[in-house]
Design a protein around this ligand. Structure first.
Ligand SMILES: [Zn+2]
Length: 340
């Protein structure tokens, strides 16, 4: 490619099986085994081969368990990665929570990431793409650099309807879930990183926070994240590849710097977990799914200069100190610095 590649980013929502099964209304969700170690291994292997970095949105609840902490630490094997905050309990209705609950969801996970990974998270993504103002205020107060909770898709109403049709959630939780995926207004947001001003409270001034939406197809605004791609591939590999290639081309043509999103099930097949059969594209064989995800990741890396999200934002904003994630107040930070 003669032209210089444009900067893009890639992230992973490191959601565990319990979060999917709870969303599906399974009563036994809390007793489920973790698939994070298995998923992390395959993700590190696949991305490592392609020399790709990764931003990992981690759910604080999982950092109470040693094998999940080890799984999160295994991303150290990548050339570059960044831990980010994905709330404490992965409840996709933060917009219905009290301010104190929102603070606890964000700050507890922040502390657990510092304690166990020796790094300070600079980015946050709300579960279910929920992004109320109170979340932004807590992020600003804790000196976060970016939020990534917007999914500006035209398909939000359809995705929500499918979710409500499939889930066994009842009563209050079902009512709360009706605002999943950010509601209709999510589509009014830009399909590219932008800065937003967060009003200050008490003696705090207004702060700027970057918003990095999960990129959707320019114009049509249909999803282009990897779980949608593998879902398409479960019907037709050819169609999925054509769709993904078109998406990358449209992003280049329209000057849209993409930020694409992975989930652990993108690296798992039907042999891996029968509990996950309900999830889209979990009917694919593992080898077929990993092969098509690898194809897409390689194509992404060939088309763009793919970085962690904090590095994508830092390239847009010279005021950002990317190394502020190295929490020097913590002993584990020395090891993190030494490893760089
Ligand atoms: Zn999630």
């Amino acid at each position: 490619m003669s032209q210089k590649k444009k900067i893009a980013s890639i992230s992973l929502d490191f959601d565990n099986k319990w979060a999917y099964l709870r969303a599906a209304g399974r009563d036994d969700w809390a007793e489920q085994s973790s698939y994070l170690p298995l998923a992390a291994d395959r993700i590190v292997e696949t991305l490592g081969e392609l020399n790709l970095p990764l931003t990992v949105f981690i759910v604080g609840r999982d950092l109470a368990d040693d094998q999940n902490i080890a799984a999160a630490r295994s991303f150290d094997r990548l050339p570059n990665w960044e831990p980010a905050n994905h709330s404490l309990n992965h409840l996709p209705w933060m917009h219905t929570m009290e301010p104190s609950e929102i603070t606890a969801e964000i700050e507890t996970t922040d502390q657990r990431i510092r304690d166990h990974l020796g790094r300070r998270p600079l980015g946050f993504r709300g579960p279910g793409f929920s992004c109320p103002d109170q979340v932004l205020r807590v992020l600003a107060k804790n000196d976060y650099v970016y939020d990534a909770s917007i999914f500006p898709t035209s398909m939000a109403p359809i995705a929500r309807a499918v979710f409500l049709m499939r889930t066994k959630l009842q009563g209050e939780q079902r009512e709360k879930a009706k605002q999943l995926y950010g509601g209709f207004k999510s589509m009014r947001h830009p399909n590219r990183p932008f800065q937003r001003s967060v009003a200050g409270n008490d003696d705090r001034q207004a702060t700027n926070l970057w918003e990095v939406p999960v990129t959707v197809l320019p114009f049509a605004r249909t999803p282009i994240h990897f779980s949608y791609f593998t879902y398409l591939a479960s019907f037709s590999t050819l169609a999925a590849k054509a769709y993904f290639s078109t998406a990358l081309r449209l992003c280049r043509m329209t000057g849209t710097p993409p930020s694409l999103l992975l989930h652990p099930p993108d690296f798992m097949g039907r042999e891996d977990d029968s509990d996950m059969a309900y999830f889209p594209a979990m009917n694919m064989a593992r080898a077929d799914k990993i092969a098509i995800v690898r194809w897409a990741l390689k194509k992404y890396a060939e088309s763009f200069d793919v970085r962690c999200m904090i590095d994508q934002v830092a390239a847009l904003d010279p005021n950002i100190d990317r190394d502020s994630s190295l929490d020097t107040d913590h002993p584990a930070a020395d090891a993190a610095i030494a490893a760089r």
